[in-house]
Design a protein around this ligand. Structure first.
Ligand code: 2AM
Length: 185
């Protein structure tokens, strides 16, 4: 999905850690225990950890940002999601972590530097790793669960596409210890 601003096609992009099937299933099992009637669950295929939200980006900026992102050294990352939090302002229920590798924060900061250098302004809020499980939440929900150990050895550039039946997040490119795996669209 593209938006046209001042004659330039813009994509809504963000950098993220993407789950493997095992992690996705673990998140889904927790989601299945939430009171669905009071919430809007996130589609399992959309689950992720946002590293940095970019918003509208034109094709030139995207190419420059991707080229810079490819130069980052990526080492394996581990985050243990051991909390279920209610964040009132965005109205979400999300998995949160107080036990994660500092290189995740570093990667988020390095990406922020790259993005700003390429003329895209970003949210200055502190990076807090989380996995949004449900939106339209109005209250906290207590749940005991086995912590999810999320391991990633790569990160992705993702497009947020608005479709008639909701939003779909599409991985455009991945970079990691194993090198670039381009999935460009
Ligand atoms: P989330 O990380 O809390 O789930 C794509 O929209 C992703 O970027 C979502 O996962 C969303 O929230 C995150 N995001 C962060 N800041 C955002 C913003 N200002 N607007 C929209 N999405 C944002």
């Amino acid at each position: 999905m593209q938006t046209v601003v001042a004659g330039k096609a813009m994509k809504r992009l963000f950098f993220a850690l993407w789950p493997n099937q095992v992690i996705r299933r673990q998140c889904s099992r927790i989601m299945a225990r939430l009171p669905e009637a009071e919430l809007r669950p996130v589609a399992a295929s959309n689950l992720h950890v946002t590293l940095l939200f970019l918003g509208g980006v034109n094709a030139g900026q995207q190419a420059a940002i991707a080229a810079d992102a490819a130069s980052l050294a990526v080492s394996p990352m581990r985050l243990t999601f051991n909390g279920l939090s209610y964040w009132q302002k965005p109205g979400i229920l999300c998995l949160t972590s107080n036990d994660f590798d500092q290189q995740v924060t570093r990667l988020s900061e390095q990406l922020a530097t790259i993005v700003v250098r390429n003329g895209v302004s970003i949210d200055e809020r502190r990076f807090r790793p989380h996995v949004t499980l449900a939106r339209k939440a109005r209250q906290a929900f207590a749940l005991e669960f086995e912590p999810i150990v999320w391991r990633s050895d790569d990160f992705c550039l993702v497009e947020s596409c608005s479709l008639a039946d909701g939003v779909e997040y599409r991985v455009l490119q991945r970079w990691g210890a194993k090198g670039l795996s381009a999935m460009s669209k």
